[in-house]
Design a protein. Structure first.
Length: 251
């Protein structure tokens, strides 16, 4: 590792990844944003799913000031975060066949909706099965993943495929296998993961594209405002009333 504090080196690594995403994923970001805008304009609903730490980027776009009000969280019990005990149970559930289909079949998702599936490795049964089953139901799927895992690891789904193989649009986060950006002679393992930074930036880029695309078409984007600015609550109440049948976190 070159000279510089660990903090500087991590920030440099994160910035480098963000630059790669901007340069190499611009077409995919535009396609994903357009897909979401098309869904909103056609009366569809928007959902985001992630397991474990991948759920952080999904949660970041739900009920978020400056974000699309129509983005809902698809929650799978036990895998949304590390709030369960033991936390390793979430990792085990990601490998269970049949769980994703059961969740989708009991969820509000229907044909014509769009689902963003976030999985860094994209190799576990849960995200692969979720993408497969969602598309079979007529749901458009955007996958946010690290494509490197598909060439450097083995799939844990019975099909031998990865999340990236079952999406209408794939966003590659460029994160290296292992999700650790730094190494030091004094530290026994690689450390400092950057996947949350990059994946959240990708998600916000897609939603910004969707909002601007809707506006360009003459459609007011259903955006939320902060409740901590004057008029924010009244603004949000109007949005909630107008789109209440497509918002599932406000019931």
């Amino acid at each position: 590792m070159s000279d510089g504090t660990p903090a500087d080196l991590f920030l440099d690594a994160a910035i480098g990844l963000l630059r790669r995403v901007r340069e190499e994923e611009s077409g995919a970001v535009a396609a994903a944003g357009t897909l979401l805008a098309d869904t909103v304009e056609a009366g569809g609903r928007l959902f985001a799913f992630g397991a474990g730490h991948s759920s952080l980027a999904a949660q970041d776009v739900v009920y978020r000031a400056g974000g699309l009000a129509l983005m809902n969280l698809l929650a799978v019990p036990g895998v949304v975060g590390v709030d369960i005990n033991p936390a390793v149970l979430g990792s085990a559930l990601e490998r269970v066949d049949g769980l994703a289909s059961a969740v989708l079949d009991s969820s509000p998702l229907r044909a014509g909706d769009a689902l963003v599936i976030i999985s860094l490795s994209g190799r576990n049964a849960l995200p692969v099965e979720m993408a497969l089953h969602a598309r079979a139901l007529g749901i458009k799927v955007i996958g946010v993943t690290s494509v490197a895992y598909a060439t450097e690891t083995a799939s844990r789904h019975s099909s031998g495929t990865f999340l990236k193989d079952h999406c209408d649009v794939v966003l590659d986060s460029k994160i290296a296998v292992g999700d650790a950006e730094l190494t030091l002679d004094t530290v026994p393992a690689p450390f400092a993961p950057a996947s949350t930074v990059v994946t959240s930036a990708l998600m916000q880029s897609v939603l910004a594209t969707a909002a601007a695309t809707l506006a360009d078409r003459g459609v007011e984007p259903p955006l939320l405002r902060s409740g901590n600015v004057d008029g924010g609550h009244a603004w949000n109440a109007r949005i909630m009333e107008k789109y209440g049948d497509r918002i599932f976190y406000h019931r």
